[in-house]
Design a protein around this ligand. Structure first.
Ligand SMILES: [Fe+2]
Length: 245
């Protein structure tokens, strides 16, 4: 287990549970978000003008990933920042930064979400440009925020949250109905684990019945969905590799 120190305020963190690296579990989710939002602008740009059938399919995916990121950030807002402010008062600046970044990302997500259906109705060039630009900006903000959060907040949270509290957070997150088909979400998640760690992650993190179901039917559903979603260009940029599992 690695003990990481925050960049500021370490000495003023109130004594709490022993440091753990439970935040690594959130880093796996962050990898998924980095990947989803990095490819999102090109998914839009690659829809041929007027191809409303493809645009509607991409639109459904975009609504799903936007909702997923909202849920993720709301969970963090609910479980992280008040506790971090109370137990690590020296980290108040970072707490404020996290809240501010979440707010900015949330506003941009809502702006993009409102354009998605307008674009999908006609798949016209001008709205595609506008939407892809909005998604580029979300990607830029998110890359910055996730890096800041992993560097400035997670080491502190590892030090101040108990295992039981982390378990609670995961339980809470699992209560939400996923805004993407479950096997598609699982396949995207598996694909965002680095290839060298993927098999071990799959065996360790997923219960046996889920592993069996994914191998029997889930992976095929995921690959079918991805083939429909990505064009040759986006497929080359983000190869689907879940078949390695
Ligand atoms: Fe966050």
């Amino acid at each position: 287990m690695t003990t990481r120190l925050p960049s500021t305020g370490a000495s003023e963190i109130a004594a709490g549970p022993a440091a753990t690296c439970r935040s690594d579990e959130v880093v796996v989710i962050h990898r998924l978000f980095r990947r989803l939002f990095a490819e999102a602008p090109d998914l839009v740009r690659d829809v041929a003008p007027g191809d409303t059938a493809h645009a509607r399919y991409v639109a459904k995916h975009l609504h799903g990933i936007i909702a997923l990121l909202h849920v993720h950030h709301r969970t963090e807002d609910e479980y992280f920042w008040d506790v971090m402010g109370e137990r690590a008062p020296a980290c108040g600046m970072h707490v404020a930064l996290m809240r501010r970044q979440h707010g900015v990302v949330s506003d941009r997500l809502d702006v993009a979400d409102a354009v998605v259906d307008r674009w999908a109705r006609t798949a016209d060039d001008a709205l595609a440009d506008r939407l892809a630009g909005d998604l580029d900006e979300i990607d830029r903000l998110l890359v910055e925020h996730l890096a800041d959060e992993e560097r400035e907040a997670f080491p502190v949270l590892d030090a101040i949250l108990s295992d039981a509290e982390w378990d609670d957070i995961h339980k809470h997150a699992r209560r939400h109905k996923p805004p993407l088909p479950i096997f598609v979400l699982l396949g995207l998640m598996i694909d965002s684990v680095p290839e060298s760690e993927r098999d071990a992650w799959f065996e360790k993190e997923l219960p046996a019945p889920i592993r069996v179901a994914y191998r029997m039917v889930g992976r095929r559903q995921y690959e079918r969905a991805i083939r429909r979603l990505r064009t040759d260009r986006t497929r080359a940029a983000v190869p689907a590799t879940a078949s390695a599992v």
